[in-house]
Ligand binder design. Structure first.
Ligand SMILES: [Zn+2]
Length: 489
């Protein structure tokens, strides 16, 4: 990341405040009157009506030489992580697009743990806002790039390493997802993956359609056969810890449909628009993989990305086709827009054959999940029920919230097929997110503990939590909390 952090253990003195033109400050409900400019800030907050805990910032230009621009809030320190990150995003937005090289952060008069928690949220929001996103405007506005964040009042010495790793992974996920599908075809995507593999010393294998034919991966190929360009395939990346580890492998899997037209069951215009982001699951898997690499985790990690387009065309698969997946399961096609579970079926089967300790997949999979949860939560599914409370807690603690759905066997009734082992989906049911998960779990081999995240919060107007763009890259912060704080690996 191009942004550097400088920590100052003490709270800022008047001299410090006058030095920087852009400030974010957080106080308890009452501003300690011994703090510099406390009177100005308290008075200003009164005129803007602030009495109780703030959920939106107050803005004030200080009466010093450069008129330091301060966005601040007085908060109740019991705020949830989601609320705190949301406030942090708003505080950062008051500094617009950083026409400044430096920004200073002060969190004062909380205990050390709370100070660190609040500062972390602000740094996460600053890094999210300053990350460069793709733009194809012919006349680009040139502005100063943010280079340094000064954090006052934080005692720790870890330098918010994890926040930086998560931000880098998230920026990668968002920037890939925002690329239109003519700028991110499976072959361009693969080129980018190759570059990243080289930079990060990852091992890379790519199973192209010929290799997948050999593996009889008929579920994946049913989708990719509709493309005029034969560039689909499954990328497998591997990270090995520096010190030999006897720990089991974590496997991340992502749906990478670079464009989803719906296929033969063509989507109408208002549902097709935005479908270049149907690869966001793969981008989140890759971003998580990058963040874990940056943190030099002590367990092996694999990342499997199913890259394809879901096209219309004379060769495209059709409803009523019967195809055979790599594990021998025969599938009756019902709706060609349910392509995500098709490419994931073979990917999950191939990845879980290698007996990972834990497998997590990410996919913008179903409209049903979106209808059930909206865009502020993503759906969580697992074949190990005991993981459910841990998943929910990781969502709450990270501020990237997930909510579980049931996965009992009797749901399978709705996808029983007369002609094949299973139906791809059901035309009758509103519970497609659950049926999709029931469908996918068949392809998870060796009783591998498996978590499936249906990314209903991948795109939210105005951003989500600390993320300011509509494209959220949701899932990296959640996953790192689940893996590292909840000690899943
Ligand atoms: Zn689809």
């Amino acid at each position: 990341m191009h942004v550097k952090l400088q920590q100052h253990k003490a709270a800022p003195k008047k001299l410090d405040i006058d030095k920087y033109s852009n400030w974010i400050m957080v106080f308890p409900l009452e501003i300690n009157q011994s703090r510099p400019y406390a009177t100005v800030l308290s008075e200003r907050r009164k005129t803007t009506g602030g009495k109780k805990a703030d959920t939106t910032p107050t803005v004030c230009d200080l009466p010093n030489k450069q008129g330091s621009h301060v966005a601040y809030a007085c908060i109740n320190d019991k705020m949830s992580s989601f609320e705190l990150l949301t406030l942090a995003r708003k505080l950062v937005a008051e500094h617009e697009s950083f026409h400044t090289k430096e920004i200073a952060v002060s969190v004062s008069d909380f205990d050390d743990i709370k100070t660190e928690r609040i500062t972390e949220a602000i740094i996460a929001a600053i890094l999210s806002a300053s990350a460069e996103m793709p733009s194809f405007k012919s006349k680009e506005k040139k502005s100063e790039k943010l280079a340094r964040v000064h954090a006052f009042g934080v005692k720790n010495s870890h330098g918010f390493r994890r926040t930086f790793a998560e931000a880098e992974g998230n920026a990668l996920a968002r920037s890939l997802s925002m690329l239109p599908s003519n700028k991110l075809t499976p072959s361009i995507y693969l080129r980018r993956i190759k570059e990243l593999a080289k930079e990060n010393q990852w091992k890379l294998d790519f199973y192209d359609t010929r290799a997948l034919q050999k593996k009889k991966a008929g579920a994946f190929l049913a989708v990719s056969q509709g493309s005029p360009t034969d560039d689909a395939g499954i990328a497998r990346l591997r990270y090995t810890p520096a010190k030999k580890s006897r720990k089991g492998t974590l496997t991340l899997v992502g749906k990478g449909i670079c464009y989803d037209t719906g296929g033969t069951n063509l989507k109408p215009a208002n549902y097709m628009f935005g479908m270049h982001e149907d690869m966001q699951g793969s981008a989140v898997a890759l971003g998580t993989f990058l963040a874990l690499t940056r943190l030099k985790v002590n367990f092996p990690v694999e990342c499997w990305l199913a890259l394809a387009m879901n096209h219309i065309g004379p060769k495209a698969y059709k409803p009523n086709d019967v195809v055979t997946a790599s594990d021998g399961t025969t599938i009756e096609i019902v709706h060609t827009d349910a392509e995500g579970r098709m490419v994931l079926a073979d990917t999950l089967a191939m990845a879980s054959k290698l007996k990972p300790k834990l497998m997590i997949d990410y996919a913008t999979l179903t409209g049903a999940c979106l209808n059930s949860l909206g865009t502020a939560y993503s759906g969580a599914f697992t074949n190990k029920e005991e993981l459910i409370p841990i998943l929910v807690e990781a969502g709450k603690d990270s501020g990237e919230r997930v909510w579980p759905f049931p996965m009992d066997e009797d749901f399978d009734k709705a996808i029983e097929s007369d002609i094949a082992d299973v139906k791809q989906c059901s035309l009758e049911s509103g519970m497609d997110h659950i049926l999709a998960s029931r469908f996918l779990q068949r392809f998870v081999k060796n009783d591998t503990p498996w978590v499936h995240i249906d990314l209903s919060s991948s795109n939210r107007k105005g951003g989500l939590a600390h993320i300011p763009t509509d494209t959220t890259g949701f899932g990296i912060r959640f996953t790192l909390n689940f893996l590292l704080d909840k000690k899943m690996m």
